[in-house]
Design a protein around this ligand. Structure first.
Ligand SMILES: [Zn+2]
Ligand SMILES: [Zn+2]
Length: 363
């Protein structure tokens, strides 16, 4: 296997002065698009990748290719708190001395999520949504691993929606677009019609919309609202957080809205067939095939709960507590996940005689 520094990375000038840098990530999407914006006084970097040796090597290589000295970096923008975007920001800040800009909600949620104390909160969330006992430690171990990839944390500077940031010699507007995460921002350059969309709108894949212990209420409702608002920007080019840039923003937003409408219908049909189901049961029916890694199980569960809660809030479904007397869906654990090493999971109390699980049924 080649050393990380020998692995070629893609650096591409997508429009004059804006470079897309593919940073490798330890996740199914394989890489995240970071961007480097060249300005008269220096460079701005948008998003960072997980903090891994491979990401460090990719950044060093991109700096060499673009002729960037660390002191030439005048700003770093982190669009949202997810580890593939935030993870290496603290390391980049130490290297460059540049400020790291984030929405203030995202600063807050990053502090709460990326600490060991948050692991138990997630374990409890998985438990009350019916995740089989055998799987809990595997999910916790994966989350614990991610903590290593978001350290050290940056010292962030808050930015506000509507604010115009002078980045790379142009004025970029900060547009708050909650849903994928609550403090997610996209950056809009009105004169050129360029949108740095990170994970708000992606080509070919639907951004994960997850409910979870640290998510704001109604993430899907907020996302659909953001989609309709962002769709109205007269964009000429969309620069996404994963995969290739694309042009038709409004059409892609409409497709994503339609995708969620169909998923809501599919979930409703599963609830009808089951009469009373847990989120885990719905997730395995919807996503069984692709729940092949702990990360994908987490995405599938979060996505399912977001859709179920969306319908509960709108009176289409009802959620009730039930005593958890058995582990629903045990048979449906994907083999690859069942075989994964659970690692050092903290001892979630499993001995409580009364454990409750949330079930959903038609309202
Ligand atoms: Zn994301
Ligand atoms: Zn991402």
């Amino acid at each position: 296997m080649p050393a990380p520094s020998d692995v070629p990375i893609a650096v591409e000038e997508v429009v004059p002065g804006v470079y897309r840098i593919a940073i490798p990530i330890p996740a199914p999407l394989r890489d995240v698009n970071a961007y480097a914006l060249r300005g008269p006084g220096g460079w701005t970097l948008v998003d960072a990748g997980f903090h891994t040796p491979e990401a460090e090597a990719a950044w060093h290589q991109a700096f060499r290719q673009l002729g960037i000295a660390p002191r030439d970096v005048e700003a770093i923008v982190v669009t949202h708190f997810h580890p593939d975007h935030l993870g290496a920001a603290g390391w980049l800040q130490t290297l460059t001395g540049a400020p790291v800009y984030m929405h203030e909600r995202e600063i807050d949620v990053a502090r709460r999520v990326w600490q060991p104390a948050a692991l138990d909160g997630y374990a409890a969330f998985a438990d009350r949504h019916g995740v089989p006992d055998e799987l809990g430690p595997t999910l916790t171990a994966r989350r614990r691993k991610v903590l290593d990839w978001v350290a050290p944390p940056p010292r962030p500077t808050p930015i506000r929606p509507g604010e115009a940031l002078p980045l790379g010699g142009r004025r970029w507007e900060v547009v708050w677009a909650p849903g994928h995460t609550d403090g997610l921002v996209v950056l809009w350059q009105p004169e050129e019609g360029w949108l740095l969309a990170d994970d708000m709108v992606l080509p070919g894949i639907s951004p994960n919309i997850s409910a979870g212990p640290q998510a704001a209420p109604d993430p899907l409702g907020r996302y659909l609202e953001s989609l309709r608002r962002v769709a109205r920007l007269p964009a000429r080019l969309v620069l996404p957080g994963h995969r290739a840039p694309f042009t038709d923003l409004a059409a892609r937003c409409a497709e994503l809205e339609e995708h969620h409408r169909r998923r809501l219908e599919a979930i409703e049909a599963i609830v009808d067939r089951g009469g009373e189901v847990t989120a885990w049961q719905v997730a395995t029916e919807l996503f069984g095939r692709v729940m092949d890694t702990p990360a994908n199980v987490e995405f599938a569960l979060g996505e399912t709960v977001a859709h179920l809660d969306y319908m509960v809030r709108r009176g289409r479904l009802q959620a009730t507590w039930r005593e958890r007397t058995r582990t629903p869906g045990t048979d449906a654990i994907p083999p690859a996940v069942a075989a994964a090493d659970p690692g050092q999971a903290p001892g979630l109390s499993r001995s409580a005689p009364q454990r409750a699980v949330i079930v959903y049924r038609r309202a």
